[in-house]
Write a protein that binds this ligand. Structure first.
Ligand code: BEZ
Length: 222
């Protein structure tokens, strides 16, 4: 782990919290598909997500949804990587149970993070929720290894996998077109043209063939 820097035998500096638009914390971790490193995902998008524990009901619903959406993530050039503070044996047993009881194959790897190294690096351990389990944290990492979006949910409430598909497509659209996207933007919807930053640009804006409500609020179709 690059961010846990040992300065003497008794003192380990805590990891800085992950920050948007900075390199995602580096890792090398044992998973259900062998050892994976952050660098293995260079050139592809990655959604790294943690869950509190294997063999728990809310996590099972999330895993089923991630597994069912996996082909869509793959079409968008995005890999999935799960994590919890459980052993690889527990992950294997749980995914086999999901296959047996729900008929769903979990096709992506899951990190065994018994040391909590990856969890700490990503701020997945939130003592207000638990000292020993990860919260429901989700990180969208771009093909350059930069952290582009993150959310933290509590133990009790499951995430919406559709929202991660949506934000992934929104980020890809922003990158490709230099635009922003409005609340609950869906592919095909109009996009927001970033506001002008000079008086002259604000003046010109109204005559650029955009759909403007005002100088600061212009949309266009892609
Ligand atoms: C669950 O996934 O069902 C769960 C996990 C931890 C705490 C509460 C619920």
């Amino acid at each position: 782990m690059k961010h846990q820097e040992t300065i003497d035998t008794n003192c380990v500096l805590p990891s800085p919290p992950p920050r948007l638009n900075e390199p995602a914390p580096d890792f090398e971790a044992k998973t259900t598909h062998g050892v994976k490193r952050l660098e293995d995902y260079r050139g592809r998008w990655l959604i790294l997500f943690s869950h509190p524990a294997d063999f728990t009901p809310v996590c099972t619903t999330e895993f089923i949804a991630f597994a069912e959406a996996y082909p869509k993530f793959q079409e968008l050039g995005c890999d999935l990587l799960g994590l919890s503070i459980d052993s690889a044996f527990a992950h294997i047993a749980w995914t086999r149970t999901i296959r047996e009881k729900f008929g769903v194959e979990v096709p992506f790897p899951i990190i065994e993070d018994l040391s909590m190294q990856v969890a700490h690096a990503y701020g997945m351990i939130q003592p207000g929720e638990s000292d020993t389990s990860a919260v429901r944290a989700t990180f969208v990492i771009d093909p350059n290894g930069v952290l582009r979006a993150m959310v933290y949910y509590p133990m009790t409430n499951g995430r919406s996998v559709d929202e991660f598909l949506r934000i992934l497509q929104a980020l890809q659209t922003s990158d490709a077109n230099g635009v922003a996207t409005p609340e609950n933007w869906q592919p095909g919807d109009k996009v927001i043209v970033p506001p002008p930053s000079t008086v002259a640009a604000a003046e010109a804006r109204m005559n650029e063939g955009l759909e403007c409500k005002d100088w600061f609020y212009c949309e266009k179709s892609l």
